[in-house]
Design a protein around this ligand. Structure first.
Ligand SMILES: NC(=O)c1ccc[n+]([C@@H]2O[C@H](COP(=O)([O-])OP(=O)(O)OC[C@H]3O[C@@H](n4cnc5c(N)ncnc54)[C@H](OP(=O)(O)O)[C@@H]3O)[C@@H](O)[C@H]2O)c1
Length: 172
C-alpha cells in the first residue's frame, strides 16, 4: 500500500515525520513541488516528493492534511483520480469566533465528514483521523494512535492500519 500526504504544514509534516521515522516509505506533496522536496530532503530517502496529481495516482491511501475548504476544492479537481482510494481527512470545520474561541463554519446540524464523503467518487472511502489533537501532540508518541472513524475505517485498519497507525506508534 502506498501512502501519500498532501499538505505539508503542521499536521502533514508531523505525520510524514512519524511515518518515515517508523521506517515507512511515503509520498509527499504540497501546492508546490519545492515545498515537498524541502521536507523530503529533511526526512531522507523514505519520503518521495511528487506533484499532487502523481501523488494521488500512485497512492492507495491519500491523507489530505489541508483545511476543510481546500479539501473541497481539491476534490473538485481530483475527484476522478480518487476512485477506489482510501481518503484520510484530519480537517475540522472551525474558525476563530472573535472571542478567543472557535466556531463551526458549517451549520450545526451538518457533519464535515458527511459533506466530504458526499464529494468522493464511487469506491473511495473516507476515514476521519488525526483531527482530534493538535499537531504538537501528534508528535508525542503517546498520542499517535488518534481517533479513527468513517466509512473506510475497517478497510483502513485492515490494509493500512499497520502503516498509518501501528507505524506511528512504533516509537511510543
Ligand atoms: N494544526 C493542528 O494542530 C490541527 C489539529 C487538528 C486538525 N487539524 C486539521 O489538519 C488540517 C491541516 O492543518 P495544518 O495546521 O497542518 O495546516 P497548515 O499548517 O496551514 O498546512 C497546510 C499545508 O497544506 C498546503 N495546502 C493548502 N492548500 C493546499 C492544496 N489545495 N493542495 C496542496 N497543498 C495545500 C499549505 O500550503 P500553503 O502554505 O502554500 O498554503 C500548507 O503547506 C486542517 O484541516 C486542520 O483543520 C489541524
Amino acid at each position: 500500500m502506498n501512502t501519500a500526504i498532501i499538505g505539508l504544514g503542521n499536521i502533514g509534516s508531523q505525520l510524514a515525520t512519524n511515518l518515515t521515522a517508523g521506517g515507512q516509505s511515503i509520498i509527499v506533496a504540497d501546492r508546490t513541488l519545492a515545498k515537498a522536496e524541502k521536507l523530503a530532503g529533511k526526512l531522507g530517502g523514505e519520503a518521495k516528493p511528487m506533484p499532487i496529481a502523481d501523488a494521488i495516482s500512485k497512492a492507495d491511501v491519500v491523507i489530505l492534511a489541508i483545511y476543510f475548504d481546500a479539501i473541497k476544492e481539491l476534490l473538485a479537481t481530483y475527484r476522478g483520480a480518487l476512485a477506489g482510494k482510501i481518503v484520510v481527512d484530519p480537517s475540522n470545520p472551525l474558525a476563530p469566533d472573535g472571542k478567543g474561541g472557535f466556531k463551526k463554519t458549517i451549520p450545526a446540524d451538518q457533519s464535515s465528514g458527511q459533506l466530504i464523503a458526499a464529494l468522493l467518487p464511487e469506491g473511495a472511502e473516507l476515514v476521519k483521523a488525526f483531527g482530534t489533537l493538535g499537531a504538537e501532540s501528534l508528535g508525542s508518541g503517546v498520542n499517535r494512535l488518534n481517533g479513527l472513524s468513517g466509512s473506510g475505517q475497517s478497510r483502513c485498519q485492515a490494509h493500512c492500519g499497520k502503516r498509518l497507525f501501528a507505524c506511528q506508534s512504533r516509537r511510543c
